[in-house]
Design a protein around this ligand. Structure first.
Ligand code: NDP
Length: 450
């Protein structure tokens, strides 16, 4: 039995109740074996056994009072996964589905993604089962303050720097930052994704979505093609999806779908990004509102989806950008995309495709950009925010965007070249995993058993 399989089997026994965590680890470990065979030092130093276990898991109670005066209790977590390459870095997710297994999957992915950026950042993730949906601004503020009342003990500008994720945008980061400052009397870059008024970086809001499109463009150009003139489907309607749509227009492509947890929009003329921002960022409404504002757009509620499917993936397209959540694209969806002629899938969300769907994409030979490479632009730009905060500088939009483009180009080249070295040039899953892994593993070996 291979080393990777042995570690995986052991993990399956220990963490049977954390299926998405096991899925994320499996996807990585099963591609690492060629690198492990090539260099026995990783097994000698028990790197896999060590890297799959978080350095630290912090769990805490979050209690707060809602607008009716009732006490509410939520669970809070921070998984500080790996600090071999730098301070812990990774977002906070506020969503009712959040549990430790989901945060471990996200934190584990974050280690390799952060390594791929080439920047000095370790991997972490955190969050809560709090649901910001339907809460007043004041309730969200009270919750964020209560969450930070515990989290502040464990984070800091050179210790652990959280950012946003699902349910955590500029508003939440602002409230979290305000409470950190009050508790510690320290005005420091402890969070990224901040408002530009108090240390936020220009282009951070756009970075994950823009970066995903830059990555997809590199994949297409690597095949002598381009996204220009292409019809694209996008899932999600939040931060990543919105700026993915915006950048697609910039490069001459046309996004025709977006979706949220209640339904999807098909707009054959192209998604109106200004309307999407108004609906999601200003009104915080559902996509039915988009259909009201854009009469030609077709809205399909989730209740009309075939069981287990997201109908976004049935829309004929040249390129697909899953930007909502994990496991939102299964084997059936992958088959529908391929049958309709899709040539490129670039993941904005974390692990949006099931393992079976990933295999279908790899076997088909289309361009497939796994999330830890394709969506790394967000965390990379967070690191640029940290650099600006530490040096008390403020870069203009073009400076940050140029650096982001450079980083996405480097990630693509690194994943592609590594995959080529191992004889599978178009397998960016293998390339990204091995390239990300080797840096972290070599740093762990150099830092000793500690
Ligand atoms: P947002 O909260 O801004 O948006 C999430 C979107 O996905 C919303 O439209 C939401 O719908 C939809 N969604 C969430 N859960 C589900 C679900 N279970 N089923 C269907 N739709 C769902 O989050 P982000 O855009 O920031 O994050 C999206 C993805 O990108 C996540 O996987 C995240 O981990 C990943 N990511 C984000 C980064 C960032 O910088 N923000 C960086 C790297 C990765 P609704 O509004 O109805 O809830």
């Amino acid at each position: 039995m291979s080393y990777a399989q042995h570690v995986m089997d052991d993990l399956k026994q220990k963490y049977a109740s954390e299926p998405v965590f096991l899925q994320a680890v499996q996807e990585v470990l099963m591609t690492l074996q060629p690198a492990l065979d090539k260099d026995p030092k990783y097994q000698q130093h028990k790197i896999l056994e060590r890297i799959v276990e978080p350095e630290r898991i912090i769990g805490f109670r979050v209690e707060w009072v809602d607008d009716k005066g009732e006490i509410q209790v939520n669970r809070g977590f921070r998984v500080q996964y790996n600090s071999a390459l730098g301070p812990y870095k990774g977002g906070l997710r506020f969503h009712p589905s959040v549990n430790l297994g989901i945060l471990k999957f996200l934190g584990f992915e974050q280690i390799f993604k952060n390594s791929l950026t080439g920047l000095a950042i370790g991997g972490a993730k955190g969050g809560s089962d709090f649901d910001p949906k339907g809460k007043s601004d004041i309730e969200v503020m009270r919750f964020c303050q209560a969450f930070m009342n515990e989290l502040y003990r464990h984070v800091g500008a050179t210790i652990d720097v959280p950012a946003g994720d699902i349910g955590v945008g500029g508003r939440e980061v602002g409230y979290l930052f305000g409470q950190y400052k009050k508790l510690t009397k320290s005005y420091e870059g402890v969070l990224t994704g901040k408002n530009v008024l108090f240390g936020g970086s220009l282009a951070r809001t756009e970075a994950t979505g823009y970066g995903n499109v830059y990555f997809a463009q590199h994949m297409m150009q690597g095949r002598g093609d381009s996204l220009e003139g292409k019809t694209c489907v996008v899932s999600g309607a939040g931060n990543v999806a919105t700026y993915c749509c915006e950048k697609l227009y910039h490069i001459g492509a046309k996004p025709v779908t977006v979706s949220d947890s209640r339904g999807m929009i098909y707009d054959a003329d192209g998604i109106k990004v200004d309307v999407l921002k108004q609906v999601k960022e200003v009104e915080r409404a559902s996509l039915t509102r988009y259909a009201e504002l854009v009469p030609g757009a077709k809205y399909t509620p989730v209740s009309e989806y075939p069981a287990g499917r997201n109908v976004v993936w049935n829309v004929p397209c040249d390129a697909a950008f899953p930007c909502a959540t994990q496991n939102e694209l299964n084997l059936e969806d992958a088959k529908a995309l391929l049958a309709n002629g899709c040539k490129c899938v670039s993941e904005g969300a974390n692990m949006p495709s099931t393992l079976e769907a990933v295999h279908a994409f790899l076997e088909s030979g289309i361009c497939y950009g796994p999330s830890k490479a394709a969506n790394a632009g967000g965390v990379a730009t967070s690191q640029l925010e940290m650099a600006q905060n530490a040096s008390m500088q403020k870069w203009d939009f073009a400076t940050v965007d140029n650096k982001l483009q450079g980083i996405m180009g480097n990630i693509y080249a690194n994943a592609f070249e590594t995959a080529k070295d191992f004889g599978q040039p178009n397998n960016l899953v293998l390339g990204a995993n091995i390239a990300g892994f080797r840096k972290v593993a070599d740093a762990m070996i150099a830092q000793g058993v500690c």
